[in-house]
Design a protein around this ligand. Structure first.
Ligand code: NAD
Length: 310
């Protein structure tokens, strides 16, 4: 059934103003309604939302679209039982997250964070002679080769890095020199200067990187997490960093979010924490609009939804 009314949940404000999304979708022959902040669920056939909330299904929508790629907060079984279709926004973050990850790696290699820190106290300080390095010739291991992983691999290859990847299907991926199966994660990370996590959070990836994987990484390696906080055992990470078993980490996602005030990660010089912003770009709203527009067309044409999860 093509929807007549699609509600836009105020939670999308985390990423863009709901009314801008409605504006971008003016060409679609469906009525878009931006819900007020504290509204009880009204009557609508479909909902666009940032997150799952308790009363989200009260209006009995046929279709829910999540403006994130990760739908780990949604009760997938419940949605399936109630025949609610769930679609996500995978496919749109490769450029933004790819560039952010390249930025983290460049920052550590070229010591940009040190210079910015020194600038705060007007210090003119040349780095120790043997600390800075170039990314060219270094190895990055990308764990999960979907939209994010490929976005990272393409850029790492372009700058002259050696790229290895972890993938469930042993089929070659462009810009990735060598593939490992998920059960060979220890071997995959052992030679890498950077390990970048780009998998969804699922039963199988929760705690994927724990004490064993961290100690398999080299002492001069950096962990980059742009997936979900719980993919990493955060306590084990803190311990490994304190013990000098790892050079540092860039964490766009943490467990929980926001990262609590008293987390030791805030204080570590070689840890860069960003507020789940790796995918932020002013084009975000247009990319979400394109998915919603395409799915409205598909429902009208009685075709299967794109990006369907449930
Ligand atoms: P995607 O579906 O395009 O890619 C995920 C890939 O991971 C797929 O290729 C899948 O086969 C692979 N995978 C799943 N389990 C695996 C395992 N155990 N080992 C190896 N590979 C495995 O999704 P995407 O758009 O690339 O996003 C991936 C995840 O990144 C999302 O689920 C979300 O949690 C997170 N994400 C974070 C941000 C951010 O702002 N930091 C932005 C977008 C996505």
């Amino acid at each position: 059934q093509p929807p007549q009314t699609i509600a836009i949940d105020p939670s999308v404000r985390e990423l863009f103003p709901p009314e801008v999304l409605a504006e971008r979708l003016e060409d679609v022959p469906v009525s878009f309604e931006t819900l007020p902040e504290d509204a009880a669920p009204g009557e609508y056939d479909a909902l666009v939302t940032f997150e799952y909330r308790e009363n989200l299904l009260a209006a009995d929508p046929d279709w829910v679209h999540c403006v994130l790629a990760g739908v780990d907060t949604f009760p997938l079984g419940d949605l399936e039982a109630r025949s609610v279709a769930l679609t996500n926004s995978t496919g749109i973050h490769g450029d933004a997250v790819g560039e952010t990850v390249l930025g983290y790696m460049l920052q550590f290699a070229r010591r940009l964070h040190d210079h910015r820190d020194a600038e705060a106290t007007r210090e003119w300080e040349y780095p120790d002679w043997n600390v800075p390095f170039t990314l060219r010739g270094e190895t990055v291991c990308v764990v999960g080769l979907g939209t994010l992983g490929r976005g990272v691999a393409t850029r790492a290859d372009a700058i002259g890095m050696d790229v290895v990847g972890v993938r469930r299907t042993p089929v070659p991926v462009e810009h990735v020199d060598e593939l490992y199966a998920p059960d060979a994660l220890d071997a995959a990370v052992s030679d890498a200067r950077f390990v970048v996590l780009t998998v969804p959070l699922t039963e199988r990836t929760r705690g994927l990187v724990g004490a064993d994987e961290l100690s398999a990484m080299s002492e001069d390696a950096y962990l980059v997490n742009v997936a979900r906080g719980r993919v990493v055992d955060q306590d084990a990470l803190v311990e490994e960093l304190r013990a000098g078993g790892l050079a540092g980490a860039a964490l766009d996602v943490t467990d929980p979010e926001p990262l609590p005030d008293d987390s030791p990660l805030w204080e570590m010089d070689e840890v860069v924490v960003t507020p789940h912003a790796a995918a932020a770009t002013r084009d975000y709203v247009d990319r979400v609009a394109a998915i919603v527009r395409e799915n409205c067309r598909r429902l009208e044409a009685d075709e299967a939804l794109a990006n369907r999860v449930v």
